[in-house]
Design a protein around this ligand. Structure first.
Ligand code: NI
Length: 398
């Protein structure tokens, strides 16, 4: 595909955009939580059938996968979108706002789904122009960090040479993208720490072993794990988001429980966090005469982009949108289960600007009840994904 063909593809994406914007608005009205994406999956499968593809459904839960074969055998390039919504009550006031109270596409996965369908349409129209095949992966349950693992278990990466995906970003103006090599998004682990002390009367602490005091000391002690044990040049976060203990003002409870999240930006550092937290929580807890149990649940690995795949995306974006539209991504410790695919095959995940072109400093961020997207990011997103897939398929087979 040369520059002229890329521009034709961009023009076609604009001509096709109304259909996918309408599709996205429908999903916005009927959002579905992780593991419950059955309506969305049905709509995706029907749309793929209309494009002449034969989607496989119920992959890794409600996932949908379809393969588009090019002109002759060759590599397999995978493109992935996520489909699930969040337990957030929408406050955008849009005419196509969520009709399901308490559920909202507050991360824009409705747009990602529409973008991948648009890419499938563009590529289906030019299937004779590239070798190999493009595999479209629509996964659910991204927000619970379970979807990618389930899709891989069901074989979606078999035979795949490279994988690409994107996420909208409301703080980046529409028309722009942001890329980054290597570590791109953080690891996400969950910790649950249970303290067992000895309950009793609040006025007789000497006859008790207070798990609330022990857990409080651990909350404070864990702060030193990052500030005293990890290089200031290595990003890491330990946040205790939930502290559960006791019911009455005058009773020392038997148990206390902390639930938290651990983020890092390096796979090697991620591997050291469990032992560190176990030591601090266990030894501080036992100093306060409590038994401590740590449950450390690894959810998502660090998202590590393959430098060559990043280069291919950048090259394509520069030809399609212009070099001035591309920036280097700010690092973030937010997680994304696209990282799990990247542990198996090389690829690139990048940010697609979805904020106001006039200025998006005031934009509501991802997961906010007033989060919205500039819908012009949809045709740009699918033109980009389609171009990357077609170009890579052609290059690898040479
Ligand atoms: Ni998201």
């Amino acid at each position: 595909m040369n520059k002229q063909q890329l521009h034709q593809l961009l023009q076609r994406s604009h001509a096709r955009k109304e259909e996918w914007i309408a599709f996205r608005r429908d999903l916005q009205q009927y959002p579905e939580l992780s593991h419950q994406e059955s309506r969305t999956a049905d709509k995706v499968a029907s749309a793929l059938r209309r494009l002449g593809l034969k989607p496989q459904t119920q992959v890794g839960g409600h996932g949908v996968v379809a393969e588009l074969k090019g002109s002759r055998p060759g590599p397999v390039i995978a493109l992935r979108a996520d489909m699930d919504a969040l337990p957030v009550a929408e406050e955008t006031g849009l005419p196509f706002a969520s009709r399901r109270h308490g559920i909202m596409h507050a991360c824009g996965h409705d747009a990602h789904t529409a973008i991948l369908l648009g890419a499938a349409q563009l590529l289906a129209e030019v299937r004779e122009s590239f070798p190999g095949s493009v595999r479209f992966i629509f996964q659910g349950a991204e927000e619970t960090n379970a979807g990618a693992k389930a899709m891989i278990r069901d074989g979606v990466l078999e035979g795949v040479n490279e994988i690409y995906g994107l996420h909208n970003l409301p703080t980046l103006p529409v028309g722009r993208i942001a890329t980054g090599s290597g570590a791109f998004m953080g690891s996400v682990d969950r910790i649950e720490i249970t303290f067992e002390g000895k309950g009793g009367h609040g006025a007789i602490p000497d006859r008790c072993q207070d798990p609330i005091v022990a857990a409080s000391a651990v909350v404070m002690g864990l702060q030193t794990a990052v500030s005293r044990e990890i290089s200031p040049f290595e990003p890491a976060v330990i946040t205790i988001g939930s502290f559960q203990a006791g019911e009455a003002n005058n009773v020392i409870p038997q148990y206390a429980r902390l639930i938290g999240t651990v983020r890092t930006f390096s796979p090697a550092l991620q591997q050291t966090m469990k032992a560190r937290i176990e030591r601090l929580a266990g030894q501080i807890g036992s100093a306060y005469r409590c038994n401590v149990q740590l449950s450390y649940i690894e959810q998502v690995s660090v998202l590590v982009n393959d430098p060559r795949s990043v280069y291919y995306v950048e090259q394509t974006a520069d030809m399609l949108l212009g070099r001035e539209q591309r920036t280097t991504a700010e690092p973030t410790l937010a997680g994304e289960d696209f990282s799990v695919y990247l542990e198996h095959v090389p690829g690139c995940f990048f940010w697609l600007g979805s904020g106001s072109a006039a200025g998006c400093e005031q934009a509501y961020g991802l997961h906010h009840p007033r989060f919205t997207i500039e819908e012009d990011c949809i045709p740009l997103g699918f033109a980009l994904l389609a171009s990357v897939a077609a170009l890579r398929a052609a290059e690898i087979s040479f």
